[in-house]
Design a protein around this ligand. Sequence first.
Ligand SMILES: C=CC1=C(C)c2cc3[nH]c(cc4nc(cc5[nH]c(cc1n2)c(C)c5CCC(=O)O)C(CCC(=O)O)=C4C)c(C)c3C=C
Ligand SMILES: [Fe+2]
Length: 451
Amino acid sequence: MSTSVPNPPAEGAAEDGETLGREVASGDRPRGVSRRGLLGAAGAGVVGIGLGAAGMAVRNRQPAGSAEPSPIDRAYPFYGDHQGGIITPAQDRLHFAAFDVTTSSREELIGLLRDWTAAAARLTAGQDAGEIGATSGAYDAPPDDTGEAIGLPPSGLTITFGFGPSLFRARGKDRFGIADRQPAALRRLPHFPADNLDPTRSDGDLCIQACADDPQVAVHAVRNLARIAFGRAAVRWSQLGFGRTSSTSVSQTTPRNLFGFKDGTANLKAEESALLDQHVWVPAGADPAAGWLAGGSYLVARRINMTIETWDRQSLREQEAVIGRTKAEGAPLSGGEEFTEPDFAMLGRGELPLIPEDSHVAMVHPDNNDGAQMLRRGYNFVDGSNGLGRLDAGLFFIAYVVDPRTHFIPIQTKIGIGDAMSEYLQHTGSALFAVPPGVKQGEYVGQALFT
Ligand SMILES: C=CC1=C(C)c2cc3[nH]c(cc4nc(cc5[nH]c(cc1n2)c(C)c5CCC(=O)O)C(CCC(=O)O)=C4C)c(C)c3C=C
Ligand SMILES: [Fe+2]
């Protein structure tokens, strides 16, 4: 029998639901009591409230007197105006998966989205994927949760769903009766200069971005969503990431990428709502065919291998010239500190710009790209080595943009040709997804596309 208890109260999908979170108790649990049972009990009863950037505390695992809850106790609401995992403060771990839909039935696709929504709401609250739980079901049936997250707290898990161009139309066929609702901007990304794409790491009908502060929690989420999809969708490719390479909130320190540089300094941040409206969220009326996407965004994913062995043999001077910022502070080479605006006109020795024109920062800065900004949310990856003694390492680049035609494609085209950093990079995977707006209680993700 299940040790089921009522679900925790639904998250107050606050206006700014994504930046608010809720900490749920974990702690050691006795054998035979489901993860869901404990967390449900916490949600039902032990609700202490303390709103902050992190959210509401249910039960704090921190030592008494500590003001900041541990990130692993944090739970972000699944329901809200926007999906979680976009402006949520970037967690430390990623499991990203792209799926091929294997059914041709529209009803089965909708059923999958319903099931994924229900499971994602449970998982992000720190519960088992299914209502019965990993160890409480019938002895002769497969459990409705795989079990590896038993005892683990929510860990700040967010689950973000996206729809690829091929969901709408493949080989000229309207697969699910939604071809006329395909956004004009949702097309397969073009081939960029210096791309060396692996088709088995590219594209997909659907995607799931699971971010958490515990890798096991992120992997558990994707694994269970893939299990639930059986017979309707299958994993096409997936990518693990560690060490966020961006900050998406002013409350976060800037992390470093595998080149050893601070990455995320000039990123769009959750607190910059006017800029997010301009550069990240798709406005109502943006595309007459795709009203369902209002309040959503576009997710660009690029698996970018970094030839770190070559990079590591470059002088510090060369490395800084390639990036356009100092390695220690992340300050622009034109001077100041990390958050000083770069001055691309400032000249140095030989009347040359202090920030080289082919440096990465000069290439991608909004001043040099018609003002386009993006919300970057990438992760480092190391997928073992390649058999030639080189690490298969790099940056799994994720960016959320209002329109890839204005906010990604022109910039990527430009840097593929002229960016000094390109010499050390190889793009090996590529995908674009439309990310529907947040889910309302009682609805499923992307519902407006099918109604
Ligand atoms: C097409 C968009 C971008 C790709 C692809 C990309 C890859 C990439 N970037 C780094 C390292 C850094 N990027 C930095 C800044 C930065 N990068 C992009 C865009 C792309 N990066 C933008 C829009 C910006 C912000 C520019 C600005 O407004 O000044 C930085 C500097 C620190 C920071 O501001 O975050 C670094 C370092 C790598 C290693 C990489 C591919 C592997
Ligand atoms: Fe960059």
